[in-house]
Design a binder for this molecule. Structure first.
Ligand code: AQP
Length: 332
């Protein structure tokens, strides 16, 4: 079976709808057809400053949400990145075949370091995409399900795999991005041309899976829409309505055309009211299940430790080969 790997950062108390619809939903679907590895990438989460206690709690919350939305630890390997030390070990090697200018061209680094100021942005933020490449290459992943914002990082992972293979001999599978176009970029409710984002969206622009549905309803009611009254799907001219229709369609399983037909002659207010109900119905069971996992942290931690052991068996074998290829003594 082909392999998939993906990760999510524990940088917020809850996933938002962009994380879920752009990535995690596909993780769940791919479990049936792929040998799947999914991780909570806590090493990535410390690249922009953090509070240790909060990070610890968010790591558990992220794992609990993944289980709650349907990641099955029997069928997939679910683990916490820092429990698999092979990730930073391989990242060092990959960092030594990455050009400084090449890493500096990553747009996410440019955006985030500009916001933080170049003296405050960490070296970890700069090398983040190299660690991400290590995450992927250690598992010989064929495909990586991510949102559109990760495309450039995926391209770097491919380049590094190819470069290593050419320089030291065939070692890594060259991974392909698995980006599902329809939901690859869920946008901010207040700024419908920008992506919904943990770090840059204002609270009103984000729908969190774990927030009170009444709060989500309020945000949906005040979502920025466009002039005009007709409900049509036009991402260029009407990005706000297109985003609401995309979310509605993905959560309800109804096609966009079906929705557009159903709302012919109705107003934006009707669409927003119904979408708020769809969201509420969708998140309620997820919230209950997440809480169930969080109520038993010892059990959750044990499940993650088992996942890390499974992950290490695969990651360790790949690292051993990489060590041999570059001329290191074998890892002990
Ligand atoms: N708005 C989005 N639409 C579609 N997919 C998205 N993803 C993130 N935002 C959207 C995808 O979610 C996965 C997990 O992402 P992450 O943990 O790296 O989180 P992130 O990219 O840090 O999430 P944010 O909210 O975008 O945070 P910022 O902007 O603060 O970094 C990834 O596959 C991502 O593509």
């Amino acid at each position: 079976r082909p392999r998939v790997l993906s990760g999510i950062q524990p940088t917020a108390d809850s996933f938002h709808l962009g994380n879920y619809l752009g990535a995690v939903r596909h993780w769940v679907a791919l479990q049936d057809s792929h040998d799947a590895f999914y991780c909570v990438v806590d090493l990535h989460a410390i690249t922009a400053g953090h509070d240790p206690a909060v990070l610890h709690q968010r790591t558990r919350r992220a794992a609990a949400q993944l289980l709650a939305v349907g990641i099955d630890p029997e069928r997939s390997t679910l683990f916490v990145q820092s429990q698999v030390p092979e990730h930073p070990q391989l990242a060092w090697i990959l960092g030594c075949i990455t050009g400084f200018g090449e890493a500096g061209r990553m747009t996410q680094f440019k955006d985030k370091s500009q916001k933080q100021g170049s003296d405050r942005a960490s070296v970890g933020l700069f090398t983040y995409p190299i660690l991400q490449a290590a995450d992927i290459l250690l598992y010989q992943a064929d495909a990586v399900p991510v949102g559109e914002d990760q495309r450039q990082h995926l391209e770097l992972s491919r380049d590094l795999a190819q470069r290593f293979n050419t320089t030291f001999g065939a070692t890594f599978t060259v991974p392909a991005a698995h980006i599902v176009k329809d939901t690859a970029k869920i946008t901010d409710l207040q700024e419908p041309r920008a992506k919904m984002s943990k770090s840059s969206s204002a609270p009103g622009g984000i729908i969190d899976l774990l927030e009170d549905p009444a709060r989500s309803a309020k945000k949906i009611r005040s979502a920025v829409t466009d002039t005009g009254r007709e409900i049509v799907f036009d991402a260029e001219a009407k990005p706000g309505i297109a985003n609401l229709l995309t979310i509605y369609s993905a959560l309800s399983g109804r096609g966009i055309d079906d929705l557009v037909g159903a709302y012919a002659g109705k107003g934006y207010g009707d669409l927003k009211k119904d979408l708020a109900e769809v969201v509420a119905e969708f998140v309620r069971p997820i919230q209950a299940r997440t809480q169930g996992y969080l109520d038993d942290p010892a059990q959750l931690d044990k499940l993650l430790a088992t996942g890390a052991e499974k992950a290490r068996a695969v990651a360790g074998a790949t690292l051993r080969t990489a060590y041999e290829r570059v001329g290191f003594f074998p890892p002990v």
